[in-house]
Design a protein around this ligand. Structure first.
Ligand SMILES: C[S@@+](CC[C@H](N)C(=O)[O-])C[C@H]1O[C@@H](n2cnc3c(N)ncnc32)[C@H](O)[C@@H]1O
Length: 243
């Protein structure tokens, strides 16, 4: 997948090009193209914003440099996203569907946002990462990039780890433990060191169900309504949690 990012602060994106996503780029699974919007400003001071028509606080990002940046990558007709608190809130279904795109172009706003004509002409989908306001779209874009990229086959070392993770399975993930078996008087649950794979699987399911019921009753209710075929043992676990 090719990911174009239009930003006033390309240097911030070193945070996503290291580690797992950097390795994926080396393997050719991802290609990053960070574009500095200011490079397309025709102003001698490289200005990229101005006062809003009609008054109001703050500044608005100019249409012209953004048009220049989008034209330079021939973005017309391709999937364009504007990170925005006004957008639909990102969720795993949206992430899955975006991961099936061959190319994504992401615009990061600043100040009061961008001239509306950018969003209209380039048919930008507005996506929010939550009901709060950030100072700029870069952190939101990084959340989008990281969550989408890890859904691309081959980006994570083991496919299974993505499938078992919180939310993806419809449930929150069960608690995890590693060495040592006993730490500061707290022991790893006996079942995890029992070697009994069936019991371990049922314990993980029960823990996931309990956690989801407690922290995300909305997800829990949806899971109870829509879960696929359960074995008799799994059904017993579910009934225990439902009591
Ligand atoms: C201070 S915000 C502008 C908020 C805008 N005036 C409004 O009320 O909708 C600056 C930029 O941060 C980004 N941003 C802020 N909150 C966001 C969120 N929850 N999700 C995605 N992007 C966000 C957007 O790119 C936005 O243009």
């Amino acid at each position: 997948m090719k990911i174009n990012v239009l930003t006033l602060f390309p240097e911030m994106f070193s945070a996503v090009t290291g580690s797992i996503l950097g390795k994926a780029a080396e393997k050719g699974l991802l290609e990053f193209n960070f574009i500095n919007i200011r490079d397309f400003s025709n102003d001698k001071h490289k200005k990229a914003d101005d006062y809003p028509f009609g008054g109001g606080p703050g500044m608005v990002m100019l249409a012209d440099p953004i048009f220049g940046a989008l034209n330079s990558i021939d973005a017309k007709g391709k999937k364009c996203i504007y990170m925005s608190p006004r957008g639909r809130v990102l969720n795993q279904d949206m992430i899955q569907s975006l991961s099936e795109e061959g190319e994504l172009t992401i615009l990061c706003g600043h100040y009061e946002g961008v001239d509306q004509r950018v969003l209209d002409y380039w048919e930008m989908e507005e996506i929010s990462i939550g009901d709060y306001v950030l100072t700029g779209g870069e952190l939101a874009a990084m959340v989008l990039i990281d969550s989408v990229a890890r859904m691309i086959p081959g980006v994570l070392a083991g496919e299974e780890s993505a499938m078992e993770e919180s939310i993806y399975s419809g449930l929150l993930e069960y608690p995890q433990y590693t060495k040592p078996r006993s730490y500061e008087g707290m022991d790893v649950p006996e079942v995890l060191v029992s070697g009994n794979h069936k019991l371990i699987r049922l314990w993980k399911l029960e823990q996931s169900l309990e956690l989801t019921k407690k922290n995300r009753p909305d997800l829990f209710d949806a899971f109870v309504k829509n879960h696929g075929d359960f074995t008799k043992d799994e059904q017993k676990v579910l009934e225990k949690v439902l009591k």
